[in-house]
Design a protein around this ligand. Structure first.
Ligand code: ADP
Ligand code: MG
Length: 221
């Protein structure tokens, strides 16, 4: 599902360098990514999602060589195939929780917002325990509720790959478990692959495999 080969990346003007000789994740696998703060975990997810493009090397997701696509094609691919739960949620302040969940359907012609999609959004929100919060704007939601909205948005498109960046950070232990349950249950139902950055070591046994980011330690410039 994911294959990185000889990937290198640097932010313009920055000293940070990420190099990943090889990284493979099989379809349906649930993989956790751990590593110190600033080691490049978010950068890796952004490279897999095609939000960032490597300076050299290749990033494949499913059939697509993401790193070789143009901007528009990468964006379309990401919206359709990838569900991304961002570290800071990435919710849109002026939209209700419901409209945040539906948002992927409003930003590409490739997805059609029909009655079935709306019904699935309500069902997903119900499972996530936020059905009664959908009319609220993000600022009227708790951290855990925002997290759930972000997860519902990421899952509604039935992505074949779910990328989650600290999706259980800032939550109490019970909520963490419930959020991961939701993510895994929905991912399994859609046979999706999960690549999740986490600091929660107690959650690691629930993944099929753990990638330790110190293995891709950035090289000095
Ligand atoms: P992690 O998610 O493991 O904490 P990140 O991938 O966010 O790490 O960041 C890796 C390094 O890249 C850090 O040194 C960070 O400061 C730097 N960095 C992240 N985003 C940018 C950016 N947009 N521009 C320049 N440097 C960045
Ligand atoms: Mg990060």
């Amino acid at each position: 599902m994911i294959a990185l080969r000889e990937v290198s990346f640097a932010y313009p003007g920055g000293a940070f360098r990420l190099s990943v000789p090889a990284l493979d994740v099989a379809a349906g696998e649930r993989v956790a990514v751990v590593g110190p703060s600033g080691s490049g975990k978010t950068t890796l997810l952004n490279l897999v999602a095609g939000i960032l493009v490597p300076a050299s090397g290749s990033v494949r997701v499913g059939e697509a060589e993401v790193s070789a696509l143009g901007d528009a094609a990468r964006r379309a691919f990401r919206i359709q195939k990838i569900g991304f739960v961002f570290q800071d949620f990435g919710l849109i302040d002026y939209l209700s929780a419901r409209d945040n969940v539906l948002h992927p359907y409003r930003i590409t012609d490739a997805l059609t917002l029909d009655a079935d999609t709306r019904a699935r959004a309500e069902a997903l929100a119900e499972k996530a325990g936020i059905a009664d919060k959908l009319a609220r704007r993000p600022k009227a939601l708790s951290q855990g509720e925002k997290q759930r909205v972000a997860i519902c948005r990421a899952l509604l498109t039935r992505p074949s790959l779910v990328l989650a960046d600290e999706a259980t950070g800032n939550l109490d232990p019970d909520t963490k478990g419930a959020i991961l349950d939701l993510l895994f249950e929905r991912a399994a139902a859609e046979k999706a692959t999960v690549l999740a950055v986490t600091h929660d070591h107690e959650l690691l046994p629930r993944f099929d495999r753990v990638i330790d980011f110190r293995d891709f330690r950035q090289k000095a410039a």
